[in-house]
Design a protein around this ligand. Structure first.
Ligand SMILES: [Zn+2]
Ligand SMILES: [Zn+2]
Length: 273
């Protein structure tokens, strides 16, 4: 399994997962043209995408879904609630494949396990994606609200995580937002802070976790170095030596090879256990 965060933040989100011959996009929060440009950066043709899975109806996850699906004939995997909330983006010509949280399904070589989140959208989900050939398991949890026991369970055993680290509590306090917006971001239905991401990463820690990409960083109230420092300090404290990266808004990450990361790492002993 290979994974690239094509871009992440409040201006757009998309994650590419490659498993064998299967290529899956999780969210399409950039214009169709921008998505194609970002895919080209990691060596993927736009028509080679086997499906786009939409996690929720917010524009930073859906912006290009309709145009992309029509232009390239790509099936859209959406829940009924999200489809209703995204009506303006759809023309009826798209191939819609409905799914429901709690009901795993397969797209080519990958098994998708969608789970409910508590984010302030119509029908929000997060996903775990499993490469059926290699057993590699990826968890994608960006608009989380708060990490419930159900989310923790759904993400347990992941070898790689794309995990939200939205804001630094101190920077959010000083950010130029109205108080109502600050309250929404920090609420239990908004986004995880760096500190909350660090705690959640520790909750999800196990010997097989080889990589974490911090994502959905706020431009105004976070900084990649601060997020990496806060989460990295917590993880180093338990002896973790995996790959810790920060996704950017404007550029894709490299295409991380999860199998190679697992082989390179080998068995490790965490101070937790
Ligand atoms: Zn959202
Ligand atoms: Zn979002």
């Amino acid at each position: 399994m290979k994974v690239s965060v094509l871009g992440s933040g409040s201006a757009g989100n998309a994650v590419l997962v490659v498993a064998g011959e299967t290529r899956l996009l999780i969210d399409a929060g950039f214009s169709a043209r921008d998505l194609a440009r970002r895919l080209a950066r990691v060596g993927c043709e736009p028509h080679a995408i086997d499906g786009i899975l939409i996690t929720h109806d917010h524009g930073d996850h859906t912006r290009g879904m309709g145009v992309y699906a029509r232009r390239h004939g790509t099936p859209l995997y959406v829940t009924d609630g999200t489809r209703r909330a995204c009506g303006k983006l759809l023309r009826g010509a798209e191939e819609i494949r409905p799914y429901r949280a709690g009901h795993p399904f397969e797209i080519g070589a990958v098994r998708v396990e969608p789970f409910v989140t508590v984010h302030d959208a119509a029908d929000p989900v997060g996903v775990a994606v499993v490469d059926r050939d290699t057993g590699c398991r990826l968890g994608v949890a960006t608009d989380l609200g708060r990490p419930t026991a159900g989310i923790r369970h759904a993400l347990s055993g992941a070898h790689m995580l794309v995990l939200e680290a939205n804001h630094d509590a101190g920077l959010l306090h000083c950010a130029p937002y109205p108080p109502s917006v600050k309250a929404r971001i920090a609420s239990s239905h908004g986004h995880l802070s760096n500190e909350a991401a660090a705690r959640f990463a520790l909750d999800l820690m196990h010997d097989g976790l080889v990589g974490i990409v911090l994502a959905h960083l706020s431009r105004e109230s976070n900084d990649g170095r601060i997020a990496a420092e806060v989460v990295g300090r917590a993880l180093r404290g338990v002896g973790w030596r995996g790959l810790l990266e920060v996704a950017r808004q404007d550029e894709p990450t490299p295409l991380y090879d999860v199998v190679a990361l697992r082989e390179r790492r080998g068995p490790t002993q965490l101070a937790l256990f």
